[in-house]
Design a protein. Structure first.
Length: 252
C-alpha cells in the first residue's frame, strides 16, 4: 500500500465500506457536515476510514446537498489502535454522565462498550433506536477526533447476568470491598482480551457479586478513594492500557 499523508483529525470520517467502494455517498448528515459545517469544497482532501482498519486518502470531486463524490489517492493501514483489546461493561447512569463516559472510553482506546442494566441501576435501560443512534454518533465522533483506526463496537444495553464472555478472556469487576486485589497488580502478562465490569452508583449488589465470583471473575480494586460510576471504568482502562505501553509513543 502507498503512504498516506497525515491530515488533520477534523477531516477524518468513518464511512461505510460500500460508499468507499463506490466513491460516493448520499448520507445527508455527513454531507451537511462537509458542506455547511466545515465548508469544504471540490478539491478538499479527506481521510475516510472503513471502521475495520483501513484508511483512504481521497480528494473530493463533487459536493452538493444531495451527493458527495471523491477519488481515492492512496490507501494504508489506519493505525491508532492499542494492542490490548478491552471490552468495557459500564452500568447505565444519568444520561449526560453516561455519554461522557462513552466519549472518554473511546478516546482512551477501548475496543467495545456494553451498557449494563444492574440491580441498582437508577436510570431506564433505554434501548430505543433514537438513543442508540445518539450513542453511536458520540462513539463515532470521538473515534474520529482521537484518530482511532477501528470504530469501537457499541452494543445495545443488556443485563449483567446475560453477559457471557469467552472463557479465554480475562474478566475484572470493580469492587471497593474486601476480597479484592489491586487491579494494577493482576493485569495479565499476555495480551488476552480484557473485560472491565463497572457497576452503578452504590456498586454491584451482593447477589451480583456472588454471581460474578461464581464464574471465577476477578474482583479488582482501584485504591482507597471512592470513584464515581463514570470515573472508575476509565481509570481501570487507563491502568490496563498503560501497562501495555499504549501511551508511550502514541497508540500502538
Amino acid at each position: 500500500m502507498e503512504t498516506t499523508p497525515r491530515l488533520s483529525n477534523t477531516v477524518r470520517f468513518f464511512v461505510n465500506a460500500a460508499s468507499i467502494a463506490t466513491g460516493s455517498t448520499t448520507d445527508a448528515e455527513l454531507i451537511h457536515q462537509w458542506l455547511r459545517v466545515l465548508r469544504l469544497r471540490v478539491g478538499a482532501q479527506l481521510l475516510l476510514l472503513d471502521g475495520a482498519g483501513t484508511q483512504y486518502h481521497v480528494v473530493c470531486t463533487e459536493l452538493t446537498p444531495k451527493v458527495a463524490r471523491w477519488e481515492t489517492q492512496t490507501t494504508a493501514p489506519a493505525g491508532g489502535e492499542p494492542d490490548q483489546h478491552i471490552t468495557m461493561c459500564a452500568a447505565l447512569i444519568r444520561p449526560e454522565r453516561f455519554e461522557w463516559l462513552l466519549q472518554k472510553s473511546v478516546e482512551l482506546g477501548v475496543s467495545r462498550i456494553i451498557p449494563l442494566q444492574c440491580e441498582r441501576t437508577r436510570t431506564e435501560s433505554s434501548g430505543s433506536a433514537s438513543k442508540q443512534a445518539r450513542w453511536q454518533r458520540i462513539v463515532t465522533e470521538a473515534a474520529e477526533q482521537s484518530c482511532r483506526g477501528v470504530l469501537p463496537v457499541l452494543n445495545a444495553p443488556m443485563r449483567l447476568i446475560d453477559l457471557s464472555p469467552p472463557s479465554t478472556d480475562q474478566i475484572f469487576w470493580l469492587h471497593e470491598g474486601q476480597g479484592t486485589q489491586p487491579l494494577r497488580q493482576i493485569i495479565p502478562l499476555d495480551l488476552a482480551p480484557v473485560w472491565v465490569l463497572s457497576g452503578p452508583e452504590g456498586g454491584f449488589s451482593p447477589n451480583e457479586q456472588q454471581w460474578m465470583s461464581s464464574h471465577g471473575w476477578h474482583a479488582a480494586g482501584l485504591g482507597s478513594r471512592i470513584l464515581r460510576a463514570e470515573t472508575a471504568p476509565l481509570v481501570a482502562a487507563t491502568l490496563i492500557l498503560a501497562a501495555r505501553g499504549a501511551f508511550d509513543d502514541g497508540a500502538r
